[in-house]
Ligand binder design. Structure first.
Ligand SMILES: CC(=O)N[C@H](C=O)[C@@H](O)[C@H](O)[C@H](O)COP(=O)(O)O
Length: 225
């Protein structure tokens, strides 16, 4: 089956929250251009404005819509309305939380069907465990991504490194392309995701968040005995 995200490709997540000095579509659009020039094959972006800005790079864009609600754990594209806005902004692929956790919005199977059949877009399922990946395949997701490993109550505490064991388990037993995402903080780790069977790798913080990259350097210097 042919899919938009190229095999062995790097996808760069261009996201900056409201408290980040780089927040906003002009900065995220520029990040997408830089990622394209560096060799990325896709972009992940949050919210309609950033999705629209990132489209200028001419790469497939995975759109997400983070909707935070007090006391509700699910925040990545929780409803049909959120998915529809991303489609209108030009997203080629819509990512959503595919965990069975409590949500305000639509059930993941409803959303997967809606994105594929009504919006006519590819579906990127963010999951945290093997069973969630299996369920996402049965729902008809186009890609299954390890985005939420370490970020659900039952996979916490978040380990230092990425979840290569989950990628290997999913890739060896499912037929849906598996995307590696979450804490791929070096080129070597990204490559090890492909060796574990990933179709492609998403990198965010270590490419597009200078504040966190600076923090890592500053903390390392401050730790000198
Ligand atoms: C858990 C969650 O909400 N992850 C988010 C999903 O869109 C982003 O904040 C991450 O930056 C992205 O997954 C890439 O991961 P990393 O920044 O570790 O390369």
């Amino acid at each position: 089956m042919s899919v938009l995200l190229k095999r062995d490709g790097l996808i760069v997540s261009c996201q900056a929250r409201a408290d980040n000095p780089l927040h906003g579509p002009s900065f995220m659009g520029a990040m997408a251009l830089a990622a394209r020039d560096g060799g990325a094959v896709g972009i992940r972006a949050n919210g309609a404005q950033d999705v629209q800005a990132c489209k200028a790079a001419g790469l497939p864009v995975i759109g997400i819509s983070k909707v935070f609600t007090d006391g509700v754990p699910v925040y990545i594209t929780p409803s049909r309305e959120a998915a529809e806005e991303l489609a209108k902004a030009g997203a080629d692929i819509v990512a959503l939380d595919c965990t069975p956790r409590e949500r305000r919005g639509d059930a993941p199977e409803t959303l997967v069907r809606y994105i594929r059949n009504d919006l006519g877009l590819e579906v990127f399922a963010d999951i945290s465990t093997f069973d969630e990946g299996l369920a996402a395949e049965q729902m008809g997701a186009t890609y299954i991504s390890t985005t939420l490993s370490g970020y659900t109550s039952y996979t916490e505490p978040k380990p230092e490194g990425p979840d290569l064991a989950l990628i290997e388990a999913l890739a060896s037993r499912l037929s849906t392309p598996i995307v590696a995402e979450g804490r791929f903080n070096t080129p070597q780790l990204a490559r090890s995701a492909l060796v574990a069977g990933a179709h492609a790798v998403v990198v965010g913080t270590m490419i597009t968040n200078p504040r966190e990259i600076t923090r890592a350097f500053a903390q390392s210097l401050a730790a000198r005995p």
